[in-house]
Every structure is written in C-alpha cells, then in structure tokens.
Design a protein around this ligand. Structure first.
Ligand code: F3S
Length: 58
C-alpha cells in the first residue's frame, strides 16, 4: 500500500505534480495518498523514485 511518511515529507510537491491521481496535498500542507490505485504501477514507482527525501513507500 502506498504511503507518505509525513515525518519525512518536505512538501516539495513532486509527487502531486507527477501523479495527481494518486497524491494530493493534505490540509497539513504535506502530501498524502488519496487513491493508491489512481495510476499505473509504473507511474507510481516513478513518483516513489522522484521524491527527494524518500518519503513515499509501498
Ligand atoms: Fe513530499 Fe516527497 Fe511528495 S517530499 S510532496 S512526498 S515528492
């Protein structure tokens, strides 16, 4: 299951820009998964790999 570690997230916005069907910015200003199945596994992996602080896990 995709997850954003809010302790690590620095709210850079990369994941929400690359995978807007999976991630959105939460009210706390950090990214969260709102639809883990919203995009392809390949696209999800690209977002995982693109996070500068490795805050996204699956
Ligand atoms: Fe946060 Fe990483 Fe996304 S820093 S906004 S989880 S790309």
């Amino acid at each position: 299951m995709l997850n954003v570690d809010k302790e690590k997230c620095i709210a850079c916005g990369t994941c929400t820009a690359l995978c807007p069907q999976i991630f959105k910015m939460g009210e706390d200003g950090e990214a969260e998964v709102y639809n883990a199945e919203g995009d392809t596994a390949e696209q999800a992996q690209m977002c995982i790999d693109s996070c500068p602080v490795q805050a996204i896990s699956k």
